[in-house]
Design a protein around this ligand. Structure first.
Ligand code: GTP
Length: 258
């Protein structure tokens, strides 16, 4: 069923960053695509799905109640598009997002799942081998926040308990309809050990890039910590989500080891 959402302007509290990355983002020229993220110069690349010249591929999944905006968040990051029209995801859809961190290109393979209850038992199979999960609620729907516990439980049952988690409160542009405060989201992040918490708007694009870039940085840093001390096979055992077979990296002599 199609559903139209209110067209409301972004009504955030002024001068109140929702996290450190957003603060850094504001400190930069907003029109500049390449920005500083901690020690990295990071940018989302505008390349086709077929692009293959990347260092490493991470599988991440995006889960949460139906209608919280998972597909819109992904479409905003990958295709820079947004629609008010609601079309429920059936099963899941896979997107590719390429992020450049300094001179390294990281591929995020994003598995966008459907939130509808009738499909839930089907999608849990897709959780396997994910390095990171983005769990989304909608700031204007308390029920979607209450259900976060269920999503975490299902994820832990169906994937490694080590899976990293990012919490997202979406629809930040609906400030006047807010039912879940920023502080509640922050507390949930702390209580459940999420690596970060972002309030986003898929509609305005606020914080969407920051969130995916943070995911890429966290996964990449873990990857470089382990790749030098473990053999390729044991590394894969440690973090099965890393698809090293797709690596296409040149050694110092210019030979490809892919
Ligand atoms: P399922 O596929 O059923 O799991 O839903 P989903 O979580 O993928 O939600 P989807 O991205 O399809 O968005 C659902 C509805 O919310 C659509 O009408 C979107 O236009 C709307 N929506 C998504 N993100 C935002 C947002 O940031 N702000 C506002 N105002 N509406 C949004």
């Amino acid at each position: 069923m199609d559903k139209e959402k209110n067209n409301q302007d972004n009504n955030n509290k002024p001068n109140e960053p929702h996290n450190i990355l957003e603060k850094e983002d504001k400190d930069n020229n907003d029109n500049k695509e390449k920005k500083n993220f901690g020690k990295y110069n990071a940018e989302i690349l505008n390349v086709s799905n077929e692009f293959s010249d990347y260092e490493v591929n991470f599988k991440i999944i995006i889960i949460g109640n139906s209608g919280v905006g998972k597909t819109c968040i992904t479409n905003q990051a990958v295709r820079q598009i947004y629609t008010d029209k609601y079309q429920a995801t059936i099963g899941m859809e896979i997107f590719s997002l390429f992020i450049k961190l300094d001179d390294k290109i990281i591929k995020l393979q994003i598995w966008d799942t459907c939130g509808q209850e009738i499909y839930r038992s089907l999608i849990t199979n897709f959780y396997r081998s994910s390095s990171l999960a983005i769990i989304v609620y909608s700031i204007d729907k308390r029920d979607s926040f209450k259900d976060l516990d269920l999503w975490i439980k299902e994820l832990k049952l169906n994937n490694s308990p080590d899976t990293k988690l990012i919490l997202v409160g979406n629809k930040l542009d609906l400030e006047e309809e807010r039912e879940v405060s920023y502080e509640e989201g922050k507390k949930f992040q702390d209580d459940f050990g999420f690596i970060d918490f972002f309030e986003t708007s898929a509609k305005t694009g606020e914080n969407i890039k920051n969130m995916f870039i943070k995911a890429a940085i966290v996964l990449y840093e873990e990857y470089i910590n382990y790749k030098d001390i473990e053999s390729r096979s044991s590394y894969n055992t440690f973090r099965p989500g890393y698809d090293l077979s797709k690596r296409n990296v040149k050694d110092k002599n210019g030979n490809c080891c892919g």
